[in-house]
Design a protein around this ligand. Structure first.
Ligand code: DGP
Length: 114
């Protein structure tokens, strides 16, 4: 069993505000929200980063992204707009080494990101 915190959330061994889950993915509210909606979508499978995605993982990755869009619907930010963010590696600020997509919305965003 991995000690990864997101694996623990996926196994319900660690508390999180889970708003969606199925056999492949889990979505929960970020502990340190950067927008009115800030949800993380993870695969249940432990993949450290997008850089570690194997060709066989691509359907799962597609499901993670599609779940991000589903969460945006659930959070009523489809029309106002939202951002899906996937950080990889130190320069991008990836802090948790379990692939995750941030769903951010509910406020106007700036570009380029900081
Ligand atoms: P990243 O920088 O892309 O690796 O983002 C990791 C995010 O994970 C960060 O926004 C904070 C969030 N996070 C870290 N630990 C926990 C936790 O234990 N619970 C929840 N809900 N979110 C966490």
């Amino acid at each position: 069993m991995t000690e990864c915190i997101f694996c623990k959330i996926a196994r319900a061994e660690m508390k999180a505000q889970v708003i969606y889950s199925d056999e492949d993915v889990v979505a929960f509210r970020d502990i340190n929200p950067q927008a009115p909606t800030h949800v993380l979508v993870i695969p249940r499978k432990h993949i450290p980063s997008i850089a570690d995605c194997a060709p066989d993982d691509l359907p799962l990755l597609a499901k993670v992204l599609q779940t991000g869009a589903k969460i945006a619907e659930m959070e009523s930010i489809r029309e106002s707009g939202y951002r899906l963010v996937l950080n990889a590696g130190p320069d991008a600020g990836q802090a948790v080494n379990h692939l995750h997509v941030h769903v951010l919305g509910g406020r106007k965003m700036t570009w380029p990101p900081g």
